[in-house]
Design a protein around this ligand. Structure first.
Ligand code: TMP
Length: 207
């Protein structure tokens, strides 16, 4: 548990791993139990950080790796101060679609920025806050490539337009991070939606 009264839960994993579907199902379960919660996302979650998100995901922008890292961290600093910490202090469950593990995967392993720099900036931007629990969605490269191809025609954002090699690197980075990072609960993203939901509810003692 963090120093706050609430509980900070993060959903992480590569694009199209099913995180958002599971967040919505968890929200339903929390509603039924009348537990107060807040759903948010990174990059974004508050007005300034949503503007930074637009900059980051706009395919028209050419952003250097270091500028990209700093923009993700700037969005995080504002989001943490303005939205996450106040909700935790009120005693709510905060569920974030991504947090700093994504920066290690995408900017660290993906863009090859020194992991110690990414870790340092993560900690500074998150104002020292760490998730109490991270559900990390994992899948083999084969499955990832299959889902990745499906995005064609969906108007992919700047990150989704990256070369297949970059996205594959990110996918395998998550599998590495599952072994090295704290408070991670790995989820096999290839399982059926209902099975994953049941697993998550059991872990959170909601079932
Ligand atoms: P989303 O599509 O899951 O909302 O996330 C937007 C994209 O931003 C997604 O491709 C992952 C990427 N991302 C990073 O590269 N670094 C980060 O720190 C975060 C939070 C997301």
């Amino acid at each position: 548990m963090s120093k706050n009264k609430g509980l900070f839960i993060v959903f992480e994993g590569p694009d199209r791993s099913g995180k958002t579907t599971q967040i919505n199902l968890l929200a339903e379960a929390l509603n039924k139990k009348r537990i107060k919660f807040l759903i948010t996302r990174e990059p974004g979650g508050c007005p300034l950080s949503e503007k930074i998100r637009d900059l980051l995901l706009d395919p028209k922008n050419n952003i250097s790796p270091m500028a990209e890292l700093l923009l993700y961290e700037a969005a995080r600093a504002q989001h943490t101060a303005e939205k996450i910490l106040p909700a935790l202090k009120r005693g709510e469950v905060v569920i974030s679609d991504r947090f700093f593990l994504a920066t290690l995967a995408y900017q660290g392993y993906g863009r090859k920025i020194d992991l110690s720099i990414v870790r340092k900036l993560n900690s500074v931007a998150a104002l020292g806050l760490k998730p109490d629990l991270t559900f990390l969605f994992l899948m083999p490269d084969r499955e990832f490539e299959k889902r990745d191809r499906k995005k064609d025609g969906l108007n992919p954002d700047r990150i989704e337009r990256e070369k297949a090699d970059f996205r594959k690197k990110v996918n395998s980075a998550y599998r590495k991070l599952a072994l090295t990072e704290k408070n991670i609960i790995s989820i096999d993203a290839t399982l059926k939606v209902e099975k994953i939901n049941e697993f998550i509810l059991k872990k959170l003692k909601l079932k």
